[in-house]
Design a protein around this ligand. Structure first.
Ligand code: C2E
Ligand code: MG
Ligand code: MG
Ligand code: MG
Length: 286
């Protein structure tokens, strides 16, 4: 299938991907509907979970990992979560998808926790499902299936936008989740519009400095200033910071110097399949 070309749903403005065989066969062009294909993706085993290690700068070791979903479609090839997550969010399919992610990721965490206690797992949660009335109960049920995992080993990553669009509702859900013992991180921090008064009122644990700021370390002084400001803001209100998308030593050193707590990115480790992740933690212990 070397000749396959495709245009993403983003370009067509619909949930469709056009798949072409090659120039001679353009009449065979067919439209693949992402929403329809997604429904079958779980039973056809097309989803894969990868894990990106997170590195603690003070301890100088990996202490956790973020679960990232991948979709290997037989015709479309690898479809980015940035394309299919928004489609899943428009239907209830996001619920099944997150249940699949949580169950796979918690199983991986449970396996690793035998040898390496206290590792943390971060899972991305869509705004749309967070505000559903059964969300907290679903998390509780997932945790109850893994009794050896401590709730505080699970961190839910939520984007800044939802927290600010429905602040009262978000606050109540955050409080329930914290009573359950899970940790909360604001993902892509700095790209949305945070109200500082809400930020300090929320029972969060971690601010996640967005990659777009990290990218400019060593290049743009204003973005460096934003990174420093986020770190000091977090310290002032008692939150930890993690920087994402760290790709080189200069960025890592800058973040270390200015007191960032954790970093993740290709410089330390790319997202890994579970066997490679197991090897990484085994190596570190040895
Ligand atoms: P995110 O949560 O902000 O994840 C970070 C993204 O940056 C990931 O892309 C990761 O592979 C990538 N990344 C990490 N370090 C580096 C680096 O050093 N350089 C570069 N160039 N990229 C880096 P990915 O896996 O494509 O995920 C994109 C977004 O899709 C995520 O952004 C998240 O919002 C969403 N997503 C991924 N998995 C899930 C999931 O299981 N559930 C939900 N609801 N959303 C997910
Ligand atoms: Mg994330
Ligand atoms: Mg992010
Ligand atoms: Mg992002």
């Amino acid at each position: 299938h070397a000749d396959l070309a495709m245009y993403h749903a983003k370009q067509s403005g619909r949930n469709s991907v056009y798949v072409f065989k090659n120039e001679l066969e353009t009449q065979l062009t067919r439209t693949v509907n992402i929403e329809t294909e997604l429904r079958y993706a779980i039973e056809r085993n097309e989803f894969v979970l990868v894990f990106q290690p997170q590195y603690a700068l003070e301890q100088n070791q990996f202490t956790g990992f973020e679960a990232l979903i991948r979709w290997q479609h037989p015709e479309m090839g690898t479809v980015s979560p940035e394309v299919f997550i928004p489609v899943a969010e428009r239907s209830d399919f996001i619920i099944d998808l997150t249940d699949w992610v949580l169950s796979q990721a918690l199983t991986t965490l449970q396996t690793l926790s035998g040898e390496h206690p206290n590792l943390t797992l971060s899972v991305n949660i869509s705004a749309r499902e967070l505000i559903r009335s059964d969300f907290v109960e679903r998390i509780r049920q997932h945790l109850s299936k893994h009794p050896t995992i401590n709730a505080c080993q699970l961190e839910l990553e939520i984007t800044e936008r939802i927290a600010m669009e429905q602040p009262q509702k978000a606050l109540m859900i955050f409080q329930s989740l914290r009573r359950l013992g899970v940790s909360l991180a604001l993902d892509d921090f700095g790209t949305g519009y945070s109200s500082l008064s809400y930020l300090k009122r929320y029972p969060l644990n971690t601010l996640k400095i967005d990659k777009t700021f990290v990218d400019e370390i060593g290049i743009d002084e204003e973005d460096e200033a934003v990174c420093k400001a986020i770190i000091s803001l977090a310290k002032a209100i008692g939150y930890q910071t993690i920087a994402e998308g760290v790709e080189n030593q200069q960025q890592a050193e800058f973040l270390r110097t200015h007191g960032c707590d954790f970093i993740q990115g290709y410089y330390y480790a790319k997202p890994l399949k579970s066997d490679a992740l197991t090897a990484l933690f085994a190596n570190q212990t040895a």
